[in-house]
Design a protein around this ligand. Structure first.
Ligand code: NAD
Length: 413
């Protein structure tokens, strides 16, 4: 069994009374991932380091510790793609960042991303969707998009209870539903289970509300399909309002209780929208949405759709948060056809790293990265995905893009 060795000179992040204590030289885990993951991680780590050095001189520095999942883990851990040692190290280090991991469709192993979120109880998937000036967008007013999606990360159809059509298990469940509840289903159908619990719904919405209050956001929208799935998505909506009413009554007002649409100073409004119309509203009136809390599958769809309004998954950052542990990640997949070509946009992983720096409270370093990213695109220096949407842009590879961005950061600091 391969041991994971922590780098010398760094100190572990620890938690005191539920608050993270961040040393100036924290050890942070990184997982390269599959496909384009290794080249992106190799290219982004020096950029994060440079941002920290520019912001704090030599006072602060990240000590990186490589952790393993997916194909690279299999090489190190006798074929094990999801080693317990990696999970233990993430729990111990409290903060990690990862590249994308490949999941076969239809057969083979379960998604490692889903397994990771469940094993570490990273219950909130947080995806900020914000327009950076200069980034190509299909919207006429992309600057109106500025929202943060809180997607429940541990339940819903992702719980992994699925039975194949024609299998004895599916047949047995089908017969049970018929005999016990009188519910008839077609023979030989695949079956899936969609668990949504009060505890998981409430902690997700609680986190979204706290975030909205801390960051001075104006609204929280509960996105659900409760008109059809009353006891799962409908219950999510109900529990969401309940948390707001019972725990945040002094600061959060339900939309239906607002007098003539006016929101009192210092308060946040909570409302709900059915999933299908929310997709439309996000295109037509994006300024109406601020923080969105939603069950897992809706959140998965919505995150990518919303990202498309401000540049696509190539630049959309994300984090998976538990009560103590946080894993930041590129939101796109492993893009296998581009692996090793130095071609893809490093924005998603890079900006996830900026989120990670904010999580540490290192906002100056995070700000440098975000600003330099926008300036680089405004200079017309972009990767292929943006180049094909822009009239006069110079297409460069991943590494060249980051070289330019690093120069920009240096001139900004
Ligand atoms: P993908 O995100 O890999 O690719 C979708 C499209 O986006 C492709 O055209 C790809 O070339 C492009 N793209 C992706 N990243 C880009 C980037 N950084 N810059 C520019 N263009 C980019 O999605 P997919 O093809 O559906 O999935 C491939 C594999 O990744 C699958 O095994 C899937 O399960 C996995 N996946 C992993 C994650 C994750 O680890 N969080 C997320 C989604 C998909």
């Amino acid at each position: 069994m391969t041991e994971i060795a922590y780098p010398p000179g760094g100190t572990k992040i620890h938690s005191e009374n539920g608050r993270l204590q961040i040393p100036d030289r924290p050890i942070i885990g990184y997982i390269e991932g599959d496909g384009v993951g290794p080249e992106l991680m190799t290219a982004c780590r020096p950029v994060w380091d440079t941002a920290v050095r520019l912001a704090y001189g030599g006072r602060r520095r990240i000590h990186w510790c490589e952790l393993f999942l997916g194909a690279k883990a299999a090489e190190k851990f006798d074929g094990e793609i999801f080693p317990e040692a990696t999970l233990d190290a993430i729990r111990d280090l409290k903060v990690a960042i990862k590249g994308p991991l490949t999941t076969p469709v239809g057969s083979g192993h379960r998604s490692l991303n889903v397994s990771l979120r469940q094993a570490l109880d990273l219950y909130a998937c947080v995806r900020p969707v914000r327009y950076l000036p200069g980034v190509p967008s299909p919207m006429r007013h992309p600057e109106k998009v500025d929202l943060v999606i809180f997607r429940e990360n541990t339940e819903d159809v992702y719980a992994g209870i699925e039975l194949a059509a024609g299998s004895p298990e599916a047949e047995s469940l089908r017969r049970f539903l018929e005999q016990r509840f009188g519910r008839r289903l077609p023979p030989a159908c695949g079956l899936g289970v969609k668990p949504i619990s009060e505890r998981a719904s409430k902690r997700l919405v609680r986190r979204a509300i706290r975030f909205a209050l801390e960051k001075g956001r104006r609204s929280i929208t509960l996105m659900h399909k409760g008109n059809i799935m009353k006891h799962t998505e409908g219950a999510f909506r109900q529990w969401g309002y309940q948390v707001a009413r019972e725990e945040f009554a002094d600061r959060v007002v339900a939309e239906q209780d607002l007098a003539a649409g006016s929101l009192p100073e210092g308060k946040v409004v909570i409302k709900d929208r059915i999933a299908d119309i929310l997709f439309q509203l996000l295109l037509l009136r994006p300024e109406d949405f601020d923080v969105i809390a939603t069950p897992n599958l809706n959140g998965d769809y919505l995150s990518d759709a919303a990202a498309a309004q401000v540049g696509g998954v190539g630049i959309a950052p994300g984090a998976n948060l538990g009560d103590e542990v946080a894993v930041f990640e590129a939101t796109h997949g492993s893009a296998p056809k581009y692996a090793g070509l130095n071609k893809v946009n490093p924005g998603s992983l890079l900006l996830s790293g900026a989120m990670m720096l904010e999580h540490l409270g290192w906002n100056e370093a995070a700000g440098l990265i975000v600003e330099a990213y926008a300036r680089t695109v405004q200079d017309g220096i972009v990767t292929y995905d943006f180049a094909r949407q822009m009239a006069r842009a110079r297409e460069v590879g991943t590494r060249e893009f980051l070289l330019h961005l690093t120069k920009r950061m240096t001139s900004l600091s």
